[in-house]
Design a protein around this ligand. Structure first.
Ligand SMILES: *[C@@H]1O[C@H](CO)[C@@H](O)[C@H](O)[C@H]1NC(C)=O
Ligand SMILES: *[C@@H]1O[C@H](CO)[C@@H](O)[C@H](O)[C@H]1NC(C)=O
Ligand SMILES: *[C@@H]1O[C@H](CO)[C@@H](O)[C@H](O)[C@H]1NC(C)=O
Ligand SMILES: *[C@@H]1O[C@H](CO)[C@@H](O)[C@H](O)[C@H]1NC(C)=O
Length: 408
């Protein structure tokens, strides 16, 4: 199905605890199936005292700035957070209306002549149990820029120009190449299971030094659910806490730490996220995925999925489909019906490449997650296969298993 135009895209398969194949800086190299690592290693989290995770702004100044793509290269999302989170007992959610959501942008740093406004929200993570602490977020802003030129560098400043000190520095990102069979992003970084460990920092530094045009993050983002609400963490939650706690706790400030650490990448390179099991984060009233759904912008409405869990977008000659391994995927469900419609709309003469990503792999020999996603595979594989899906990227298994053609 066609060839990548221009330079070969550089696909970085990286997981926090895995590293074996030749450096992608030396690549591209021929794909090989490498043996599973027996030793998963021991990843150590960045502590809250690390300057890279601390709040570096004051007042209502934006932080955790991030760019995401919309369904087409003529549009993009800019997201950020103002105000600090609260952690403790009687947390009082901030009023999202306190700070405006404005992005000023243009083709030069000194010419931010266009303006877009968007929405703001806060989310809380509440535990109605004795001894557990609650969390409520800073104000999370999402603004969609429209009418952009594809393949073009845009400079932007986000915040609320009406409040002194409440706008960001000028950042810049590049839109995806125009949709069509002859233009492609040069480099796409694909990561999963990132976390916020010292291994994350080496993975992210490596990724950044490759200067990707786009980052796909295939779920398992901050691993805030490896912590108790009192901020005590462990690398094996179920081993340490399962019996002593009424609910699987999380320590939501880890999400803010993650957003701060990632800002140098996310403010300049569009990143598309899809949920993993670590994003479930159950809380009061069986509510799940609150942090994931609130913190990231997704082209859900633009790709007609109306769900943060699955969506699609075009970048040059590639149609990307991000699927939910942790939302209903049965043939009678909404995700499946959306996928049918989305696939039917793809014109392979316009986007010759059809690429999908989700969290849990359908094919893996790794013992720890063996056949976990089998039901999803049974429901969706036939449909994806019938449309000639070219590439699947997944995460979940913190090991390296590039695989050959698998569908039987
Ligand atoms: C956290 O919020 C829940 C729900 O409002 C409440 O029941 C619980 O008491 C709160 N926790 C503390 C420590 O105040
Ligand atoms: C992860 O980081 C630790 C240091 O914290 C290092 O010793 C280890 O080799 C790293 N593991 C991998 C797989 O890179
Ligand atoms: C948090 O709670 C756990 C379990 O009750 C306890 O072992 C740990 O010492 C606590 N940590 C802090 C910082 O209070
Ligand atoms: C939460 O889920 C449990 C088990 O699935 C169920 O028994 C309970 O009724 C649910 N609670 C609410 C408030 O929905």
């Amino acid at each position: 199905m066609g060839i990548w135009r221009g330079s070969l895209p550089l696909l970085l398969l990286a997981a926090a605890a895995a590293a074996e194949p030749a450096s992608t800086l030396e690549g591209p190299s021929w794909p090989v199936t490498v043996p599973l690592r027996e030793d998963r290693g021991h990843a150590v989290d960045l502590p809250d005292t690390d300057p890279r995770v601390q709040r570096r702004v004051t007042g209502w100044a934006p932080e955790q700035i991030a760019v995401a793509l919309s369904a087409a290269p003529t549009s993009a999302w800019v997201s950020w957070i103002t105000g600090d989170f609260q952690m403790g007992g009687a947390v009082k959610p901030l009023d999202p209306g306190t700070v405006g959501s404005v992005v000023r942008y243009g083709l030069a740093a000194d010419s931010l002549v266009r303006e877009a406004t968007g929405d703001a929200l806060v989310y809380s993570q509440l535990y109605p149990f004795e001894g557990l602490q609650n969390y409520t977020s800073g104000i999370i802003h999402h603004v969609r820029l429209q009418g952009l030129e594809p393949g073009t560098k845009y400079y932007y400043q986000c915040g609320d120009p009406a409040i002194p000190g409440a706008t960001s520095a000028v950042h810049a990102f590049r839109t995806m190449p125009a949709v069509g069979p002859r233009s492609y992003p040069g480099r796409i970084a694909v990561v999963g299971d990132l976390g916020l460990t010292y291994n994350t920092t080496s993975t992210v530094e490596h990724m950044a030094s490759n200067q990707p045009d786009l980052v796909l993050l295939l779920g398992d983002v901050s691993y805030a659910n490896l912590y108790l609400t009192n901020g005590t963490g462990t690398d094996c939650y179920s081993c340490s806490f399962a019996k002593s706690t009424p609910i699987h706790e999380t320590y939501q400030p880890r999400w803010d730490y993650w957003g701060r650490y990632m800002e140098s990448v996310t403010s300049t390179t569009p990143m598309m996220v899809v949920e993993g099991n670590h994003e479930i984060e159950q809380q009061i009233g069986n509510k799940t995925f609150a942090a994931y759904s609130a913190r990231f912008a997704f082209p859900s409405k633009e790709s007609d999925s109306f769900s943060p869990f699955y969506y699609s977008f075009d970048a040059g000659g590639i149609h990307f489909i991000m699927l939910a391994a942790y939302a209903a995927y049965s043939k009678s469900g909404e995700q499946y019906r959306w996928l049918e419609k989305d696939l039917a709309k793809v014109d392979r003469s316009v986007t010759p490449w059809l690429v999908a990503g989700w969290h849990a792999p359908w094919y893996s020999t790794y013992k720890a997650h063996y056949r976990e996603a089998e039901c999803m595979r049974v429901a969706m594989e036939e449909l994806l296969y019938s449309y000639g899906l070219d590439i699947v990227f997944t995460g979940h298994v913190c090991n390296v298993t590039p695989s050959d053609l698998q569908y039987l």
